[in-house]
Design a protein around this ligand. Structure first.
Ligand SMILES: [Zn+2]
Length: 770
């Protein structure tokens, strides 16, 4: 050791240079001002802390001239806190894309200017009718201008994209927009796509709104198999609650039914207190006299393929109903029987395919003739032509989607790999650990002792890997791990000796433990903190936070408390019922929860967290399937917002190496792994792999990008192919050494807090839903 570095000499020099007294006083002041809570609740404890701190600060001065002190940390935290507070307190800006605010209900007024019932400009509004534009002058002079028809947000907010499309389709059909003077349609979606909800939405809108600023219909009838009557009633209740009172006729005496039906038919206009009648086919047929005695705005026939035969009693009874708007539901595909086809279309849109005789002459005969075994080429072509014509016509009034459409209706997902710079403290500890004799011994021993053909990787290297991963997450976690090992050793247990790293921490670092979060100590944590602040301030998005370690989730909790974010945390021990409850609450757009914390180990398989559309994977998992699972929590059926995935990696560290293994096909083929076997993976490294794993790449913006040998970035302006998506190789992702080409505006703002590189890609190109 150089004489000048000997502690006693250093201490003397220090004493000459400055007075310890000043430093001590400022330290005490600092602790005091940050400890208000403690002083109040536990004066004795705070006293003690003060006293130990005094001694330890002297020690730390004597021995470690270059050391960052706790008050440095606190000072840095304060300036960081100021920055975060500034973000959160900025005056509100024009919301970003994806922002969905609250809507304002506009009531219909009997007098005064016409207004739509709901705000067509509201985010996520489903507009069924858009009136021709009108200027302010006309609005004053013309009293009868048309208004927007906008689906009640209460329903609109629960409709999936394909359901919105379905509702719009049916609306256009029953209001005669699609085909002039025809007011019917066939809704033939497969099971599971929510035909019922789409129909309820249509009914509710027709009962309340119209382009003329009044209800389009005053009552509707739903005819269903008797087994489904109750189901319809419950569904209406579920979605509309007390907004409407449906009349379900499900048995009872003939007199009673007659009385109820009579009053239903006779009341008209706004006086209808039960504007929706749900009735079985059988009961309908038995009471046709009453049901045919009045006009009905809309009739919906569930399991409508019962109406495939024009000759049967039910068909005749229903067809005589005085309702021009008719919707027929059918989950089973309509058979290739042309006559059935004709019957169904004829019920909803009479005359669309001509009379029965015309239909036979124009479509049925030529089509059948073309299919005949001895048909000429000419017959065949003519048959095909007529069939195509028929399909084209029927498709104008029929909508059918299969359940595999759900995936293509998902909004775009942007996946982003974000490399975050280590802090100076992290880098110092990391370097020292890698250069230590202890690590060299770990590698040597493990390789020597391990059995099996694969060679390396054992318990000790597992400890080393865990230590580095925790250090990347936060030096606070690394510190805790050092202390735990120290305690274990003191109790005579077998544990790694990490004490030599303690010198990087101020002696009184312990005073920060447990109580406070120090986002500035960890590169990733600082990015996360800033990211959350911007998301919180500029959007109303919710966030799912995923980490491998429960200790990291503990840190997140502290962060949330420090920033006043409402959060929930899924616990592995939680009962299914409790899980369901917190998930439901979180997904509720009205709930105040901002963050959902999830341990990647606890699974969360099957969890539906569509209330959030941003997900942060704070640390990489060895198993790509785990990360994929996590992302599927938010990007799934029912998600309406664009999704942003942030995969945070500490630049140049073991995290990048883990990520590379994950993306490497080799990783998949050589270690077939499932959820519970991460430790197994970590045990199966060869010596050279271990050495690679334990190398810190210092002079890089992204080790992962370096390893790609990217040709794209060598040519200025070169972009990945437009149709590339995030399941493709990283070589066709967007590579961003700076923030210019980011698509996520939030990440752009966070960049300067220490992001060194970003690679991003989208899931698919968004197709507009008509
Ligand atoms: Zn590149």
């Amino acid at each position: 050791m150089l004489r000048s570095k000997v502690p006693s000499i250093v201490a003397k020099r220090k004493l000459l240079g400055q007075t310890d007294n000043d430093e001590n006083q400022s330290f005490i002041k600092c602790v005091g001002s940050n400890d208000d809570d403690d002083v109040r609740h536990n004066p004795k404890r705070s006293c003690n802390t003060g006293r130990t701190a005094l001694i330890s600060i002297r020690n730390s001065f004597t021995f470690r001239p270059n050391l960052k002190l706790v008050d440095d940390i606190i000072r840095e935290r304060q300036s960081h806190d100021d920055h975060i507070r500034e973000i959160l307190n900025r005056p509100f800006r024009i919301p970003l894309k994806n922002y969905t605010g609250s809507y304002r209900s506009l009531g219909i007024k009997l007098s005064g200017p016409r207004r739509p019932l709901f705000d067509p400009g509201a985010p996520n509004a489903l507009i069924l009718y858009e009136p021709p534009p009108i200027n302010a002058q006309e609005k004053l002079t013309k009293k009868d201008y048309q208004v927007h028809v906008v689906v009640d947000p209460v329903l609109c907010n629960v409709l999936r994209p394909h359901q919105r499309e379905g509702v719009k389709f049916m609306w256009d059909c029953v209001t005669g927009v699609r085909i002039n003077d025809q007011f019917g349609c066939i809704m033939a979606d497969e099971m599971g796509l929510g035909k019922t909800l789409q129909c309820i939405t249509l009914c509710w809108t027709l009962l309340r709104q119209g382009p003329e600023a009044r209800a389009t219909i005053d009552k509707a009838v739903i005819v269903a198999p008797s087994s489904l009557v109750k189901n319809w009633y419950n569904e209406i209740n579920k979605w509309l609650g007390c907004r409407i009172n449906a009349l379900a006729i499900d048995g009872g005496s003939k007199e009673e039914i007659d009385r109820k039906l009579g009053s239903f038919i006779q009341t008209i206009g706004r006086r209808c207190c039960q504007p929706i009648l749900i009735i079985s086919y059988e009961t309908f047929r038995l009471h046709t006299d009453i049901l045919h005695s009045g006009d009905i705005g809309l009739v919906i026939c569930d399991e409508g393929h019962r109406l495939k035969n024009q000759e049967n009693q039910t068909y005749i009874a229903l067809n005589q109903i005085r309702a021009k708007r008719r919707v027929l539901l059918s989950g089973t595909p309509i058979q290739n029987d042309l006559l059935e086809y004709f019957s169904l279309v004829q019920f909803v849109c009479p005359g669309l395919l001509g009379t029965s005789a015309e239909f036979r002459r124009h479509y049925e005969n030529p089509i059948l003739k073309g299919r005949d075994a001895d048909a000429t080429e000419n017959d065949r072509l003519r048959g095909q032509e007529r069939l195509n014509e028929l399909i084209r016509l029927v498709n104008k009034i029929m909508i059918r989607r299969t359940s595999n459409i759900l995936s293509k209706y998902l909004p775009v997902k942007i996946e982003q790999i974000v490399c975050c710079q280590l802090t100076e403290l992290q880098r110092q500890i990391y370097k020292e650990f890698l250069n230590s004799k202890e690590l060299a011994k770990v590698i040597r021993d493990d390789v020597k002792h391990s059995t099996g053909s694969r060679g390396g990787g054992g318990n000790a290297s597992l400890v080393a890997i865990t230590f580095l991963k925790k250090l990347c997450n936060s030096p606070q976690l690394a510190y805790d791990m050092i202390m735990e090992n120290k305690e274990k050793k003191r109790d005579g247990k077998n544990a790694a000796d990490l004490d030599f790293l303690l010198k990087h921490f101020p002696n009184d670092f312990n005073s920060l433990r447990g109580r406070q979060i120090e986002p500035t100590l960890s590169g990733k944590l600082k990015i996360l903190d800033t990211l959350l602040a911007y998301i919180r301030h500029e959007t109303n998005d919710k966030v799912v936070l995923v980490s491998n370690y429960t200790q990291t989730l503990d840190l997140f909790e502290k962060l949330c408390r420090a920033r006043n974010y409402r959060y929930v945390r899924l616990d592995g021990t939680m009962s299914i019922k409790k899980r369901g409850k917190i998930v439901e609450t979180f997904n509720d757009p009205n709930s105040m929860d901002f963050i959902f914390m999830l341990s990647s180990k606890a699974g969360g398989c099957g969890l539906n967290l569509i209330g959030a559309n941003r997900l942060v994977m704070y640390d990489p998992d060895w198993n790509p399937a785990n990360d994929g699972q996590a992302m599927a929590r938010v990007w799934r059926d029912g998600q309406l917002k664009q999704c942003y995935i942030y995969r945070l990696l500490s630049t140049g560290t073991i995290e990048e190496k883990i990520f590379q293994r994950q993306t490497h096909k080799r990783a998949l083929s050589t270690c077939v792994i499932d959820n519970a076997e991460e430790e197994e993976v970590e045990r199966h490294f060869s010596l050279s792999e271990l050495k690679e794993l334990f190398r810190l790449e210092l002079n890089t913006k992204s080790d992962t990008h370096d390893k790609l040998n990217c040709k794209m970035c060598k040519i200025i302006g070169q972009q990945p192919p437009a149709d590339a998506n995030c399941t493709d190789d990283l070589t066709v992702w967007y590579h961003c050494p700076d923030k210019r080409n980011l698509v996520d505006q939030i990440l752009k703002r966070v960049w300067d807090q220490g992001i060194t590189y970003c690679m991003h890609q989208k899931s698919h190109i968004q197709k507009d839903i008509p």
